[in-house]
Unconditional design. Structure first.
Length: 148
């Protein structure tokens, strides 16, 4: 059975970045959803569909780091890859400590981004698979007794 294509969400205020990433990701076989701001993404509320979020750090209104905080506070465990033209070491450290998969400076190599996305999606799918309850008893577990 083949896995369904993963959905990658791009949140960046630059329309040319959104268009370029959409083309690249669709050619790579991903479903793509784009948003021009953190607020737009939050208002869409489609968190369960996203298997990875490409998130610009510096945007008008809420920053990418602010959005990461909101998602974490809301219990939404979506792997995030930050993309930034204005990054520095403290920002990268903050993002990674909060659970970001990677922080990539703009411009970045396509293969570097695609490798980070694949890592993020694998992480998400492993977490989802381990969170699903198994209908089989654990190895060595005693089956329940009926009538006692």
């Amino acid at each position: 059975m083949t896995e369904r294509p993963a959905t990658v969400v791009v949140v960046d205020d630059d329309p040319s970045v959104r268009r370029g990433l959409t083309r690249l990701l669709r050619v790579a076989g991903y479903n793509v959803e784009t948003h021009a701001s953190a607020r737009e993404f939050l208002e869409a509320g489609n968190y369960s569909q996203a298997e990875c979020v490409l998130l610009d750090v510096r945007m008008p209104g809420q920053s990418g780091l602010d959005l990461q905080d909101v998602l974490i506070a809301g219990g939404h465990d979506i792997p995030i890859i930050f993309i930034t033209g204005h990054g520095d070491i403290p920002m990268a450290v903050r993002a990674m400590k909060a659970g970001a998969v990677d922080v990539l400076p703009k411009p970045f190599e396509e293969h570097t981004l695609l490798n980070a996305i694949q890592q993020a999606i694998s992480q998400r799918r492993r977490a989802s698979a381990s969170a699903k309850p198994s209908s089989l008893p654990e190895s060595g577990a005693t089956p329940p007794r009926h009538g006692q």
